[in-house]
Ligand binder design. Sequence first.
Ligand SMILES: CC(C)(COP(=O)(O)OP(=O)(O)OC[C@H]1O[C@@H](n2cnc3c(N)ncnc32)[C@H](O)[C@@H]1OP(=O)(O)O)[C@@H](O)C(=O)NCCC(=O)NCCS
Length: 198
Amino acid sequence: MLNLDWKPPTLETPRLILRPLEESDAPDIFLYASNPNVTRFTLWEAHETIDDTLAFLGDYPFTRYPNKEPDPVGIILKDDPTRSVIGTVGCFWVSRKDGVMELGYNLAEPYWGRGIIVEAARMLLDFVFREYQVNRVQARVLGGNDASGRVACKLGMNHEGTLRATLLHRGNYVDVHYYALLRGEWADHAVKEADKGC
Ligand SMILES: CC(C)(COP(=O)(O)OP(=O)(O)OC[C@H]1O[C@@H](n2cnc3c(N)ncnc32)[C@H](O)[C@@H]1OP(=O)(O)O)[C@@H](O)C(=O)NCCC(=O)NCCS
């Protein structure tokens, strides 16, 4: 049942604030969503104008929040006095009946390589496994996106397999790697330390 008032809660990690997106975040999101290095392996195209960013906000968060899906939420660095959104992380239902969600994430290029998405995604995974009847969270990673595969690995996700040439992406047939984490694995604290052996 739709709940037009529902918004994901604000969550905090040592370095980050995760909070619901607002229309006023559009300029911050446009800054990185218009960068072709960020969108090289995404299923969405680089934003050309701020209207593309506003359309994204309307199509994703503002449609999924009423469905009680935390997808996506904004990532803000606590030590940034401007409190700009530098990326997003989200979980949406692939199949509510089967308890399957999918994790997605994006980060502005200047912040790559600091473990920000792993920190944000761990907090979001804690939230969804606690609050939702979810049994499996999966991530789909396009062939060549090694950085994203590293994130999935550090989250303790298993690489389950690869669908070869399953997607026509900007004129090329590309592989899609499937990663996933099951509720029991997340509950095992050791999984959260998986990056040590990843
Ligand atoms: C994929 C992405 C989310 C990773 O986020 P992150 O917070 O930078 O992740 P990490 O800091 O844990 O680094 C992950 C890997 O990125 C790579 N990486 C790190 N810094 C990098 C840089 N400056 N440039 C390119 N790659 C870099 C490394 O391979 C790293 O693995 P390592 O930690 O084993 O060395 C981020 O690169 C991004 O937003 N990319 C564009 C959007 C995208 O592809 N989203 C995922 C769609 S499935």
